[in-house]
Design a protein around this ligand. Structure first.
Ligand SMILES: N[C@@H](CCC(=O)N[C@@H](CS)C(=O)NCC(=O)O)C(=O)O
Length: 260
């Protein structure tokens, strides 16, 4: 695995002395770390995906756990993903994006518009939490195998009610932005990258439901295609840095939960 090092965009360094951003996330799933990774990749930022580096380079899960146990400076994160930028250790995926957005050219300069962007990103994070709860409706600490009947009930409601409600909302917000808009807030931003990731995850986890939903979200589909075609994103998607969805992550494919 080659860490993303050697900036395509020297402006997108974490500090003036060009220290790379350090992303900490579970090394075997895209999960919530992917929202941050996509922003860094799209901007051509120099970053280290620390938990995926070997211990000999100061990486690995133990390096991440050490910070979760309070071994660093600043606030102690509650959970991954988190980003280290000099003395700052920032957690909460949407908060990390709120911080990185203006620095990476992925957020508007206007304060009000940045709050609107945060609002959309938080709504997307709510959807992600509900996706997680389809396979873990009783307890995060239990295995899926220990909560299968509840997972089926939860997924039934998710696919029938919540999924169309969330997707319909984002489709309407895109329509509101206008036909010539590049993204949900007019110009391209980190929330558009997030939409791409969430649609990819939903297609993986709920292919039947997404086939049914697709005709209702032409704008979001076109948006996701535009994101995938952005040169830095396309290069990232074709690289070994991109992790595949799997049944340890948030977006899981269980045939018995693939409802229509
Ligand atoms: N709201 C947080 C959620 C963080 C979260 O749940 N992280 C997961 C992985 S995606 C985790 O490792 N959780 C451990 C825990 O909650 O104990 C965010 O958006 O970053």
């Amino acid at each position: 695995l080659t860490p993303r090092l050697g900036a395509a965009n020297p402006e997108a360094m974490s500090t003036s002395d060009s220290a790379p951003y350090e992303l900490f996330y579970w090394p075997s799933i895209p999960g919530r770390g992917e929202f941050v990774r996509l922003a860094l990749e799209d901007a051509g930022a120099t970053y280290l995906d620390v938990a995926r580096l070997p211990a000999s380079q100061g990486g690995g899960v133990p390096a991440m756990l050490a910070l979760l146990k309070g071994g660093g400076t600043g606030l102690v994160p509650f959970a991954p993903p988190f980003l280290r930028v000099g003395p700052l250790v920032l957690a909460q995926s949407t908060n990390i994006l709120h911080y990185l957005g203006p620095r990476l050219g992925l957020a508007p300069s206007d304060e009000g518009a940045r709050a609107e962007l945060n609002q959309l990103a938080l709504t997307l994070a709510d959807l992600v939490a509900e996706v997680h709860d389809t396979h873990h409706p009783v307890a995060t600490g239990l295995y899926y195998a220990d909560q299968k009947p509840e997972a089926l009930r939860r997924t039934t409601s998710f696919v029938k009610e919540r999924l169309p409600k969330f997707l319909g909302y984002f489709e309407r917000m895109l329509e509101r932005a206008g036909a010539s808009a590049e993204g949900l807030l007019g110009s391209h931003s980190y929330v558009d990258l997030g939409i791409f990731h969430v649609l990819a995850g939903l297609d993986y986890a709920f292919p039947r439901a997404m086939v049914a939903q697709s005709p209702k979200i032409p704008g979001l589909r076109a948006l996701a295609a535009r994101v995938a075609a952005r040169p830095n994103v396309a290069a990232y998607l074709a690289s070994p840095r991109r992790l595949a969805f799997n049944e340890n992550g948030i977006f899981r494919r269980y045939p018995e939960l693939d409802l229509e």
